[in-house]
Design a protein around this ligand. Structure first.
Ligand SMILES: Nc1nc2c(ncn2[C@@H]2O[C@H](COP(=O)(O)OP(=O)(O)OP(=O)(O)O)[C@@H](O)[C@H]2O)c(=O)[nH]1
Ligand SMILES: [Mg+2]
Length: 464
């Protein structure tokens, strides 16, 4: 089934549904101007392009005024979608919004499907596919850094980078094609070594882009950080300190946190979801306690675990069980850092020795005074990212689809390089280059199937 009929005039609310000072109803398609004029108290003309015109929106029957609005007409192709587009800014009341949209539907508009405005922008060459995807990423961005990455993509950062790699690939491919044409005359049009060097250079560029995905993914999706430890060691205090607010209840009664609590923080632009859990107590063997049980179910889905101990007290039986638990259920599965809390109360000599047995990073902090918290944040960042981090201006790959296409393109290019080194037939070499090109073309949407487009735009919110 075809998801879109691009001939229709579509309408949708483009702001969040609910009460607010203003809501924007957006309509795109060839009928936009005539339909809005059937409801508007003033007659908009093509010359009103990009002018905000105040007036009233009425029912088509003109019996009832629905709201005072400001309408703005954008004449295609100079609009978001590339076609005639009208924005009606009305008061943010669902009753008004519904009535306006219903009137427009009665007149012949159709409710837009998710992402349909942006899909039209893509189909009308207002943006390529990587830019269209960046629109969704900009809306979803959780941190300033993540937003900056998405905005660079929206500006066309990926398109340019991929574009220049493709240009070079096209040049290489055409050298091969020309050579094939001259084959009968036994003339070699290009120098093999030079072509190989140029291809290796492209491989390097693709590798660099692929490498950015290691942290680009984290910018976009964020990471999950799990706080685990015995009751009363200061998990909730640490959460509050990291989040810089009193999010979780703290008390000296063990067992204060009964279920898990989530809070969202940023560490240097990385979105981090912290999950504070119920203290793990002697029930660890049987795991009969629901709160503890739920805490443990978070382990597999987390990116990093902070295992928290008290610095000033000798390790007891529960600590030892917790250490055993970490060894058998966390170590080797999820990276973890040992946090020795309450360092303001001093340190018991035996504690460090035992914990070193876990063979992982250990940071001493005080969730009370905030001592060493910057170091802990540094360690968290380093564990998640290694030494890599994005330069402000760098193009970062954040989208799994782009990463996959780059991987495939890289494979084809690698085959080409190996082939040229071992004297493989030029017809085969040329086809590898074409594959490498095609995979890159998929990123910007030069090559795309209807299924792929439906999948991508189907994930947008309605009205975008
Ligand atoms: N001196 C000192 N006290 C701390 C520190 N961190 C937490 N505390 C105190 O330790 C007690 C327990 O803190 P919580 O943060 O509630 O501990 P929890 O691990 O969340 O405990 P449960 O929710 O019961 O598992 C409270 O009285 C805190 O004020 C610290 O670094 N230094
Ligand atoms: Mg707690």
């Amino acid at each position: 089934m075809k998801r879109f009929d691009s001939e229709d005039t579509i309408v949708a609310l483009s702001t969040p549904y609910g009460k607010g000072a203003i809501a924007v109803v957006r309509m795109s398609g060839s009928q936009s101007l005539s339909l809005v004029n059937r409801l508007f108290s003033r007659q908009l003309k093509k010359q009103d392009h990009r002018r905000a015109v105040p007036g009233e929106i009425w029912t088509a029957s003109r019996r009832q005024m629905l709201d005072e609005c400001v309408t703005t007409f954008f004449q295609g192709p100079q609009s978001y979608t590339g076609e005639d587009l009208v924005e009606i800014s009305c008061h943010g009341n669902p009753v008004i919004i519904d009535q306006i949209i219903q009137e427009l539907i009665q007149l012949g508009a159709r409710v837009a499907q998710p992402g349909e405005f942006t899909q039209r922008a893509f189909l009308n060459h207002k943006m390529d596919l990587s830019q269209a995807e960046a629109v969704a990423a900009v809306i979803e961005a959780k941190t300033r850094r993540g937003l900056a990455c998405s905005l660079r993509q929206l500006e066309g950062g990926i398109s340019q980078t991929i574009g220049s790699i493709r240009d070079e690939l096209i040049q290489l491919a055409s050298l091969l094609e020309i050579n094939l044409d001259f084959n009968e005359d036994d003339i070699q049009v290009y120098e093999k070594k030079a072509v190989e060097t140029r291809a290796l250079n492209l491989l390097e560029q693709i590798d660099h882009l692929l490498h950015t995905y290691d942290y680009g993914r984290l910018y976009q999706e964020g990471v999950k950080l799990l706080l685990l430890g015995k009751p009363n060691v200061g998990k909730s205090s640490l959460l509050n300190m990291l989040a810089q607010k009193d999010r979780a209840l703290v008390s000296d009664v063990p067992g204060t946190t009964r279920d898990y609590i989530e809070e969202f923080i940023q560490i240097e632009g990385f979105p981090i979801q912290i999950v504070d859990t119920a203290g793990i107590r002697e029930t660890l063997d049987m795991i009969e306690d629901m709160g503890v049980k739920r805490a443990l179910t978070h382990i597999e889905s987390s990116d990093l675990v902070l295992a928290i101990f008290e610095s000033h007290r000798q390790l007891d039986r529960d600590d030892c069980r917790f250490i055993e638990y970490l060894k058998s259920n966390v170590k080797g599965k999820v990276p973890f850092i040992v946090v020795l809390n309450k360092q303001d109360l001093g340190r018991d000599a035996g504690v460090l020795e035992h914990l070193h047995g876990l063979e992982t990073l250990l940071v001493e902090v005080s969730a009370k005074t905030g001592a060493n918290l910057p170091e802990l944040k540094d360690r968290i960042k380093q564990t998640l990212l290694g030494d890599s981090a994005a330069e402000q201006e760098e193009i970062v790959i954040t989208n799994a689809r782009h990463k996959e296409a780059l991987d495939l393109s890289r494979k084809a290019l690698q085959k080409f390089v190996t082939g040229i080194q071992s004297g493989v037939d030029e017809v085969i070499l040329a086809s590898e280059l074409r594959s490498a090109l095609d995979y890159l073309g998929e990123i910007v949407g030069e090559i795309s199937s209807e299924d792929l487009l439906n999948h991508i735009f189907g994930q947008f919110c309605i009205g975008k």
